[in-house]
Design a protein. Sequence first.
Length: 160
Amino acid sequence: MSQYIQGVVDYIPMIQPFQPDFNLFQNVLQLKDSQYKAGYNKLSALYGTLLNSPMLREENVELRNTFFNDISAQIQKISSLDLSKTQNVEAAYKVFQPLVDNDYIVKDMAYTKQAWQMARGKERAMGSLVQRIQQQERQQEDKRQQQQMDELALLRPRQD
């Protein structure tokens, strides 16, 4: 049988429910999200550059297309990786390493990019030259029209 000590008042504590720190959760999720986006952007830039860079040599284009056809299964695996972890980003980067290490393809991409930029620069320069010439022609035409209008205003009617 239980015995009670005389003079002791029963104490029942108030139960405090667990209150999670949502700010901590939010900060952790934002950190992971920013890490994922950084890894994704790094891989996306590499993939886009390698796949979409124009090249002049047809052999290099065929080699690149063959390479991407061969690694298509590995690219599918990359899409399921957690890119917020640096080791996963590095592992995914290694999938593209054979193409990155191919000096012929890298030189072809760089040379083609440089050649296209020079061509665009020349086009812009020619475009601005053409615009200046057209502007001068318009100004000369405006002056001729103004002279003709002035002559017409000064013209006296003929008296017969």
